[in-house]
Write a new protein. Structure first.
Length: 136
């Protein structure tokens, strides 16, 4: 019985370590992944900037996803000319933006769809950007 438990524990530990080693963002992040992550962070900053600078903030509700895309096109962010905030499209290759808006605020997530660990940036109307990934 002890052997079965030991084999089971070792197999779980091995699969957990293998899973952790596949993460694209972390201590062993490649230069290419660092560049991709920084571009996604720029997208997060753009979303917060567009929300903070929306016209007539006192009476204009927060911008929904489609409105963000139009506002970004008008603002022209030269740092990321190949990015898009259009709904249902990758904002950058392999990165997806999710936006939720209500009358009191907004939240969003820019998630790396290629990362097996689910790395993402999240933020809301407070303007602070957090890194996030699922609990493993």
């Amino acid at each position: 019985m002890k052997q079965i438990v030991l084999v089971f524990a070792v197999s779980i530990a091995s699969s957990s370590m293998a899973y952790a080693q596949q993460c694209l963002h972390g201590a062993a992040e490649s230069a290419d992944e660092t560049a991709r992550r920084r571009q996604a962070l720029t997208i997060a900053r753009v979303v917060n900037t567009l929300q903070a600078n929306r016209p007539d903030r006192a009476t204009t509700p927060y911008l929904r996803h489609a409105d963000l895309a139009a506002a970004a096109q008008n603002a022209r962010f030269p740092a990321l000319p190949h990015a898009t905030l259009a709904p249902d499209r990758d904002v950058l290759p392999g990165w997806r933006l999710t936006v939720d808006v209500n009358e009191t605020g907004y939240w969003f997530m820019v998630k790396d769809l290629t990362d097996p660990c689910g790395f993402a940036y999240i933020s809301n109307q407070e303007g602070v950007i957090f890194t996030a990934e699922p609990i493993r």
